[in-house]
Write a new protein. Structure first.
Length: 347
């Protein structure tokens, strides 16, 4: 019998998430999670949830979360879409806005899920190479149905000047999705563009700055007609009751998130200085990770040496420059452990 699996799905590699090891003594700096717990309000809200509430389906459109987010960003609730993590939203975007004969654009290097989404839709991915300093470069003639503009970018951590992003979005003929998973750690963001331009959507997540990667909640801000299209496509109950409860509690405690971000930004400087002292070069990061090139040892050897000491960082030579590693900013104690281990490995 001929395989029922579509040809493009047979040949696609699928997304490879960073390793999720657990256990004592592990220093986990490979998936850009936050090393601190979420707001104490999250635990309180979950404890206060009546188990009987779980009998019922969740609010299908996350009305309360949409209202809180709309107030935060100065838009109407109808301009906010809430998803089961931003990865779900990215998938829905490729279903709603990429025609069967369309294409997806992204920078390279960037978030490797975009490529998997293009493969799953069986459309080409048009990659725009960043400059050697990982800054912005966009050929004027560039065309795609949807461009995923990641700012700050993953894995480089580099952010792009708002004026350049605005100029690009204004002249681009397709839809621009600005993936702002790391925007809370940056000096600027592009949310205003989602309010002003009909072809711009801005996406955020609670996985990073709100320390809720395990909860799975992402959202999108943009024109109501675009948001409506996604509402039609999503699972009826795409965000479960526990997630809605935890997310709402976290969103109602913005000062806590801002405190975490302040701590991580300070540790980012500490990590950058420590690594520079060990001969590393790196891109200027506006995110909660650093994209680094070891000066005295190959990236792969360092990755393996660290892994043997139960220190996980991200090495992804299939999609990213093989001479670079991405290191999430951990606690100051984790940074000290990492620097000590690197010193040992470099000898
Ligand atoms: C650029 C970018 N977008 C989206 C995501 C996915 O975020 P979420 O946890 O909300 O699915 C990540 C996760 O690492 C990311 O780096």
């Amino acid at each position: 019998m001929k395989s029922p699996i579509r040809r493009n799905i047979q040949v696609m590699a699928g997304y490879e998430p960073g390793e999720q090891m657990e256990g004592p003594g592990l220093v986990k700096l490979n998936t850009n999670e936050t090393p601190y717990p979420p707001s104490p309000r999250v635990a309180r809200a979950l404890r206060a949830l009546e188990p009987a509430r779980l009998r019922l389906y969740p609010d299908p459109v996350c009305s309360r979360i949409r209202t809180v987010l709309a107030a935060r960003h100065g838009v109407r609730p109808e301009q906010v879409f809430v998803g089961n993590g931003s990865d779900e939203i990215l998938r829905l975007i490729t279903l709603a806005f990429v025609e069967d004969d369309g294409s997806i654009g992204s920078f390279t290097p960037s978030y490797s899920l975009y490529e998997v989404l293009a493969e799953s839709r069986n459309v080409p991915i048009r990659k725009v190479a960043l400059r050697p300093d990982f800054g912005w470069r966009m050929p004027a003639s560039f065309r795609a149905s949807v461009f995923f503009l990641t700012a700050p970018n993953n894995p480089t951590g580099v952010s792009y000047p708002p004026a350049e992003v605005r100029a690009f979005c204004s002249r681009f003929k397709g839809l621009v999705v600005i993936d702002e998973a790391y925007a809370d750690f940056a000096d600027w963001n592009h949310l205003e563009l989602a309010k002003r331009l009909p072809n711009v959507l801005v996406m955020r997540t609670l996985s990073k700055s709100f320390a809720l990667a395990g909860v799975r909640l992402g959202y999108l801000v943009g024109a109501e007609s675009l948001i409506d299209a996604l509402v039609k496509l999503k699972d009826s109950y795409n965000v479960n009751v526990l997630t809605q409860t935890a997310a709402l509690a976290a969103l109602e405690d913005l000062p806590y998130m801002q405190k975490l971000v302040g701590r991580i930004r300070a540790s980012r400087t500490r990590l950058a200085e420590g690594l520079a002292g060990l001969g590393f070069s790196m891109a200027p990061s506006e995110a909660n990770f650093l994209w680094v090139r070891p000066g005295r040892i190959a990236a792969r050897a360092l990755f393996e040496g660290l892994r043997a000491r139960r220190i996980l960082v991200r090495y992804n030579p299939k999609h990213w420059h093989p001479e670079y590693l991405r290191i999430t900013v951990g606690t100051n104690a984790e940074i000290a452990t990492l620097l000590r281990a690197i010193r040992e490995i470099q000898g």
